[in-house]
Design a protein around this ligand. Structure first.
Ligand code: S3P
Length: 417
């Protein structure tokens, strides 16, 4: 995929539905009583993996464009084979949900997902009595039926996937399950489970859940702030961009805090609540940026945006330091290595550390040839970096954007002038 340098950028960038919320809307409704309509869903490959797994477990699901209709199946089929594709969210959340339903299932994934750590869900689920067998800590996973009992789980890592897996198992456990995490991770599961009738209570970094039956609810999915991040960054570098109806759940808006520190000029307009999630139109303008420091406590709120924030740092005046981001090593690629390689290939001055980066900003990057390593967030960051560079260049392995943003390159091309 060749990307030309953009002269000036302006316009409205429509962003597809939130990946985290689409996964949950499909998965939870498919396990609930009744029928639901999910509108403006993300129909990227990851969420389609969730759709196919939930069909394998017994739900009836149909899709027309970005509308997904679900007829729930509160009793899961036994012995389902769930292919989670590239999707860590599908695999980790399903482990907990299936354990809570007391059936046997096998969960598999692609080559990248099959290297990602799964003990982080198998071990806490075992505290509730679940039997999730990993293959040396990774997929394939086998969930065996076992009676679950509630307990208190302290997660060692602030991960919404781990937290959600435990909460979903807790729906089928006797007594009370409490999950406490070191920093608060995204809370889409808590919001949706509460709307679906779960007995759930949130206090700061802790969530308590009791055995509950869920009823289906319709969900209108906000645009994904993690996908908007690429166009917002392009606006900060090159012009003025508006991203309408973006989800601005406070557990996801770390990028706006990073914008504040960088000196990015942006406003939130029309702030409102849609299906229990805060939403706003975000307007960003070309900005002179200064170096920033980001450390551990903010990571859960911007972990998926770190590659594109690192790109902004590569254009910001001074030396930026990002630390406490070890979780990047276990994403769709080792994003500490792949982000550093990609920004260096664009001509940026970046050094990878054990848990982040040190980046010295330059006023211009030359562009060049970059590799995505099959990671959608690396490919999209590279595309923005190339559009903002002097000479543009090419992305090897560009098609992986289909995981979370199928129309990405067309939307990008539509903004240049
Ligand atoms: C997600 C949680 C995050 C994030 C991922 C989606 C979710 O992962 O990186 O893209 O939908 O729960 P962790 O929970 O592993 O931090």
């Amino acid at each position: 995929m060749n990307i030309e340098p953009a002269e000036k950028i302006s316009g409205i960038a429509e962003i597809p539905g939130d990946k985290s919320i689409t996964h949950r809307a499909v998965m939870f409704n498919a396990a609930a009583e009744g029928k639901a309509k999910i509108t403006r869903a993300l129909v990227g490959e990851d969420c389609l993996s969730t759709v196919s797994c939930m069909k394998a477990l017994g739900a009836k699901i149909e899709r027309e464009g970005e509308t997904i209709t679900v007829e729930g199946s509160p009793e899961f089929k036994n012995n389902a084979l769930c292919d989670c594709g590239n999707s860590g969210t599908t695999m980790r959340l399903l482990c907990g949900l299936i354990a809570g339903k007391g059936v046997r299932a096998t969960l598999t994934g692609d080559a990248s997902l099959s290297t990602r750590p799964m003990r982080r869900v198998a071990e806490p689920l075992a505290l509730l009595g679940a039997n999730v067998r990993t293959t040396d800590g990774t997929a394939p996973l086998i969930v065996e039926p076992a009676p679950l009992h509630g307990c208190i789980v302290e997660t060692g890592v602030a991960s919404a996937q781990v937290k959600s897996a435990i909460l979903l198992a807790g729906l089928g456990a006797s007594g009370e399950t409490i999950v406490r995490e070191p920093e608060k991770s995204r809370d889409h599961s808590e919001r949706l489970l509460s709307a679906m009738g779960a007995d759930i209570f949130v206090h700061q970094n802790a969530v308590r859940i009791r055995k509950s039956r869920l009823h289906c609810v319709d969900v209108d999915v906000p645009a994904d702030i993690s996908s908007a991040a690429y166009f917002l960054a392009l606006g900060a570098l090159k012009g003025e961009i508006v991203c309408p109806r973006v989800g601005v759940n406070p557990t996801r808006t770390g990028i706006l805090t990073a914008f504040d520190r960088l000196g990015v000029i942006y406003t939130l307009q029309n702030e409102r609540l849609v299906c229990g999630e805060p939403v706003a139109d975000i307007v960003v303008k070309k900005s002179a940026m200064r170096a920033i420091t980001l450390s551990k406590e903010i990571m859960p709120a911007l972990i998926d945006e770190i590659p594109v924030i690192a790109l902004l740092c590569a254009f910001a005046e001074g030396e930026s330091v990002i630390s406490g981001a070890q979780e990047l090593k276990v994403k769709e690629s080792d994003r500490i290595a792949t982000t550093a390689e990609m920004i260096a290939a664009l001509g940026g001055d970046i050094r990878a550390t054990d848990d982040g980066f040190v980046i010295r900003g330059k006023s211009k990057l030359q562009g060049g040839k970059v590799r995505s390593y099959g990671d959608h967030r690396i490919a999209m960051t590279a595309a923005i970096g190339l559009a903002a560079s002097e000479n543009g260049g090419a992305i090897e392995g560009a098609e992986c954007v289909n995981i979370s943003f199928p129309d990405f390159y067309r939307r990008l091309a539509g903004l240049g002038n």
